[in-house]
Design a protein around this ligand. Structure first.
Ligand SMILES: [Zn+2]
Length: 77
């Protein structure tokens, strides 16, 4: 498989990505199996994996025993 953006080589890896629910709240998915372009860093996730992710994001309440605490930096002048 070649990168659709730049034609670069793709490598298989597991990576963590933040996705957002409809209410804009973030959910961090870890160990997502994906292909990443070594040249431009474009990530491609298989259809069945994105489907699973969107089903989880659609749920009213996400059950997880682990949560991220992230810093907030205001860039207001
Ligand atoms: Zn690329």
């Amino acid at each position: 498989m070649k990168c659709f953006e730049c034609g670069g080589e793709m490598i298989n890896k597991n990576d963590g990505i933040v996705f957002y629910k409809k209410d804009k709240s973030p959910v961090y998915f870890e160990d997502i199996p994906l292909n990443e372009c070594v040249q431009c860093g474009e990530k491609y996730i298989d259809g069945h994996v994105t489907e699973k992710i969107s089903n989880i994001l659609k749920a009213d309440k996400i059950e997880s025993e682990r949560h991220l605490v992230i810093p907030i930096i205001s860039m207001a002048a």
